[in-house]
Design a protein around this ligand. Structure first.
Ligand SMILES: O=P(O)(O)O[C@H]1[C@H](O)[C@@H](O)[C@H](OP(=O)(O)O)[C@@H](OP(=O)(O)O)[C@H]1O
Length: 943
């Protein structure tokens, strides 16, 4: 019987994605008992004694799995197995899994339809995730009618119906050993054409003696089937799930079984999930930029009077800054409309309002349950290369643009004062420190006064300690030579080179300072002229803060001492109990003093001295920043915008990777120790070519990833159910606060609980693999890739050195591991030096090193859809081969299964509404061998 007949009887069939399948709203059906957040039901299939329609014809079989929901009675296409060729007893490696949220009940019926595939190069069965009802609304259809018609007819004409069987989920679950053996019948329900076996699978750890084994034969190989055990908490981290679930969304699960070298089965579950951080982090970041830019605009306005040249420049800068602010505000407003979004598709890459959002960001997870080994999770974050697609790549990407900008700026001549990028960054840092410390010191000063008015010696001492610490930090912040030189520059930029002295504080310090701690500085009464510029004045102003703090300390000491005396205490005694003669006069009892009245004037002076320092430093450093902004407007601001966009995409991915890593390793004390002592390596695999537009993308990506070194994480206790991370700080210095629920937070080491900043060490290795890279290698230039790989190798080596220095020797579980790592690093270095074409060994080595160093893995290409899918599936199968003894002969079959029916083809589907990797034959010929998808899974769709 041909598929058309079968199709006709299943007119209402459709393929329901989990996101839409969540809610039937009914409770009259019997739910399946399930472990929270684990798939509800997983099974595998095998057929026996299939009858070929034509005698002696070898069968190539595939099973299509459909679901009949109890309340609907319509058939929904759910998934397919891979095609098994040339046997009447096929064992399918691709299983069936129903995710946690899928509406499946004991009453739900599953229909299994077996087909014989004549030409598998055409067997791309489904093209749409949505109902194929005649009357389905066009906006949910996703595909153009033309494509849908073409692909359906094309695929269906290439296979024929063999037989079908159905069962209810409850029957399977209650059956002996949770295994059903069903007769396959022709569509009229008459003839038996073979049997199909359905076996429930439960992923989990095998402990010796616990596993049941069933011997099966896969292409002549005996394999033991393993059933039902419980996954260890370290893998599932079940108690942490609500936390992870608040970040990950719309999971897709796929299940496989593969034979191991010792003829047993391993089970493998793929999971692919979106993250709401895709949108959340960009929104956080844009808000932060807006705050920072508003503050800068205000500081520019407060720069005071400037000579006409500088004043015009400032006006110009302010106008452009306002325009940029409006732009950021508009983008934020647009993004805020996207409530609940967690995915930006590859086809939205160039959308202006989504520019800050990473493309196609997902967690790609492989959970392996293999005999005699602990269950293992392998995570890779897949995401489109962080790049400014809307701005385009005509003039290159950030790496080139920033270099060009800097070189030109350095050579501009007289109109601007050149400050190096380091100095500009320093100016931003000091300004930010001032803005943070000044209010903090003011608060501590008020607390000190409060303690004074309560006449509490202990609280007075504590407040003083805090005040002293913060004031010392403050004084330290200004030690830089930059402030001094910027003050002179600003002085010369005032009208007539006149220095605008900030309002003088009242000169009360001298009078109120106890004993002989007078301030050496006498303030200038007249405004100095250029030639009069007193370079040392700044030192005096700055030193006054320290001196007035000393006055406060001395006064507090005095007050506490007198208080002790008045209570009949010992006064101030030296260690041997003798009275200190220098303080002998103050040991006579005093009546209870008004501490507040004594300290208040000193605190006022301290605040005033600080005010003067802040005012001068702020103005001079703002003047430094004016130089950067004023040069080449508006390009300079556009460059900042580009960098912000690229960074935002990179940061969203990083935060997602960090949270997932934290979640899966929270119970590992060694990991936590590594986190606060060395920080985490974050390794990016880039698959971009160094030809045409992708050169610009790679230039963007390299800067975006390198900028991630300016990010630190801080773990804080969540005060409510809201656990989404918060981004604080400013450009070039970000702190991401990750909130953990109380129980999880409590289990952390003190260092992390105490708020220690946790650092990341990003590295990028890129190897172009496509036909464009062939062109680059033959006719173009690969130097960008070479220098990126070389530079990042040095960074990786540095991390490794610190890691080996700081982590205890027993941390690397075996001595062997250390040697392995060293060898791998050397090997990576040699491969980078070798300058071989499309040397994908670089990627495998870098990824292996990252995994061994317990780092966070990323894989990126332009859209994280096609090349990325090839690479992550290859990585998964290589891990199965190297770490889980996947039988050698099954390497390619496993790879093909994952690419044909796995999560990544679903990724393609959700991006372009078509189940085909966007490659043509010509492109694939240029790919390294193991990066080519199986027949029938690629082609160009007219999207
Ligand atoms: O434009 P054509 O000739 O169809 O080439 C495609 C490539 O073959 C794919 O590799 C690109 O996708 P990835 O960047 O996910 O690999 C794919 O990127 P896109 O999905 O962003 O269009 C295309 O560049």
């Amino acid at each position: 019987m041909e598929i058309k007949e079968e199709g006709a009887s299943e007119e209402g069939q459709h393929f329901l994605p989990t996101a839409q399948a969540n809610d039937t709203g009914d409770t009259q059906f019997t739910s399946i008992q399930k472990v929270s957040n684990e798939p509800q039901l997983e099974f595998i299939l095998a057929c026996k004694d299939l009858v070929a329609p034509v005698r002696d014809r070898k069968l190539n079989t595939v099973v299509q799995i459909s679901v009949i929901h109890p309340e609907e009675q319509s058939l929904i296409r759910y998934s397919s197995t891979e095609i098994v060729e040339g046997t009447r007893d096929p064992l399918f490696l691709t299983g069936v899994t129903f995710p946690p949220e899928y509406p499946i009940y004991e009453e739900t019926k599953i229909k299994l339809t077996v087909y014989d595939v004549k030409d598998k190069s055409h067997d791309t069965v489904r093209t749409s995730v949505r109902p194929e009802h005649k009357d389905s609304p066009p906006e949910v259809g996703h595909l153009t009618d033309a494509i849908r018609k073409h692909t359906t007819v094309d695929s269906e004409s290439q296979r024929s119906f063999l037989g079908h069987a159905s069962f209810k989920v409850g029957e399977l679950l209650k059956s002996k050993e949770q295994l059903l053996s069903l007769s396959l019948r022709t569509s009229d329900g008459g003839k038996v054409v073979g049997t199909i076996e359905v076996s429930v699978v439960k992923m989990g750890e095998i402990e010796d003696g616990e596993a049941d084994h069933i011997t099966a034969d896969v292409q002549g190989q005996k394999c033991a089937l393993v059933y039902e055990c419980t996954a260890p908490e370290s893998v599932n981290g079940k108690d942490n799930l609500p936390f992870l679930n608040s970040v990950l969304k719309n999971p897709v699960y796929k299940l496989y079984r593969f034979p191991t070298a010792d003829n047993k089965w391993m089970q493998v579950r793929e999971q692919m999930s979106e993250s709401i951080l895709s949108f959340h982090i960009p929104k956080e970041l844009i808000s932060l930029h807006i705050k920072e830019d508003l503050c800068r605009t205000q500081e520019l306005k407060e720069l005071g009077e400037l000579s006409p040249h500088w004043d015009n420049l400032r006006k110009n800068v302010l106008t452009h800054c306002d325009q940029m602010l409006n732009l950021y505000q508009d983008i934020l407003a647009e993004l805020s409309k996207e409530t609940g979004s967690s995915f930006k598709s590859s086809s939205s890459k160039g959308e202006r309002t989504l520019e800050f959002v990473p493309v196609n960001l997902h967690l790609q997870r492989m959970h392996v349950h293999s005999p005699h080994l602990k269950d293992a999770l392998y995570d890779v974050i897949t995401v489109g290369a962080p790049a400014a697609h809307f701005q385009g790549f005509k003039n290159g990407g950030l790496r080139k643009l920033l270099n060009k900008f800097e070189t030109e700026r350095r050579n501009t001549g007289y109109q601007f004062i050149y400050y190096s990028p380091e100095n500009t960054a320093k100016a931003k840092e000091v300004l930010s420190n001032i803005n943070q410390l000044q209010p903090l010191i003011a608060t501590h000063a008020d607390l000190l006064l409060n303690s004074a008015s309560q006449h509490s010696p202990d609280s007075l001492k504590n407040s003083l300690k805090m005040l002293s610490e913060k004031t010392e930090l403050f004084v330290h912040a200004f030690k830089d030579q930059l402030v001094r030189s910027a003050l002179l520059a600003l002085y010369t930029a005032r009208p007539g080179g006149i220095f605008q002295k900030p309002p003088s504080p009242k000169s009360s310090t001298e009078e109120s300072c106890p004993q002989d701690q007078t301030l050496p500085m006498r303030r200038q009464d007249s405004i100095p002229h250029h030639s009069d510029y007193d370079e040392e004045e700044w030192d005096r102003v700055w030193a006054n803060v320290g001196k007035s703090l000393n006055c406060v300390i001395a006064m507090v000491d005095k007050l506490i001492e007198r208080d002790g005396d008045s209570k009949g205490g010992n006064g101030s005694r030296s260690n041997d109990g003798e009275k200190d003669p220098s303080l002998a006069d103050s040991s006579t009892p005093h009546p209870r003093e008004d501490w507040y009245a004594e300290l208040h004037p000193l605190i006022l002076t301290l605040k005033e001295c600080m005010g003067e320092v802040v005012s001068r430093a702020k103005q001079s450093l703002t003047f430094v920043l004016l130089q950067e902004l004023a040069y080449s407007l508006p390009q300079c601001l556009m460059l900042t915008l580009r960098r912000d966009i690229v960074f935002s995409q990179a940061l969203a991915g990083l935060v997602c990777g960090f949270i997932i890593k934290l979640h899966s390793s929270l119970h590992d004390p060694d990991f936590l120790r590594q986190l606060y002592t060395v920080g985490l390596i974050v390794q990016y695999e880039g698959l971009l070519s160094t030809y045409s537009d992708e050169v610009g993308m790679l230039e963007d990506m390299a800067v975006g990833i390198s900028d991630l070194k300016n990010v630190a994480f801080k773990i804080i206790e969540a005060q409510s159910n809201e656990v989404l991370p918060v981004v604080t700080g400013r450009r070039e210095h970000y702190v991401v606060e990750v909130k953990l629920p109380a129980t999880m937070f409590e289990s952390l080491p003190l260092q992390i609980k105490g708020g220690q900043l946790l650092h990341v060490h990003p590295v990028l290795f890129n190897v172009g693999i496509n036909e464009q890279q062939t062109l680059a290698e033959r006719f173009g230039d690969v130097s960008l890739q070479e220098s990126i790989n070389q530079e990042n190798f040095e960074l990786l080596k540095e991390y490794y050195t610190i890691f080996m220095e700081k982590m205890p020797p027993d941390y690397m579980s075996h001595f062997q591991e250390q040697n392995d790592l060293k060898g791998l690093l050397e090997n990576l270095h040699q491969n980078i030096q070798a300058k071989k074409r499309k040397n994908v060994e670089i990627m495998w080595l870098a990824a292996t090193i990252c995994r061994k160093l317990n780092g966070i893995r990323f894989t990126c290409c332009k859209s994280a859809k096609d090349r990325t899918s090839m690479s992550v599936t290859l990585e998964q199968c290589s891990i199965l081969r190297d770490e889980h003894q996947l039988q050698k002969d099954f390497f390619i079959r496993a790879l093909d299964c994952m690419r044909r029916e796995g999560c990544r083809i679903e990724n393609v589907l959700k991006n372009i509404k078509c189940r085909k990797y966007a490659f043509n034959m010509l492109q694939l010929m240029a790919f390294p061998k193991f990066y080519r998808p199986p027949e029938g899974t690629y082609g160009k769709a007219d999207t």
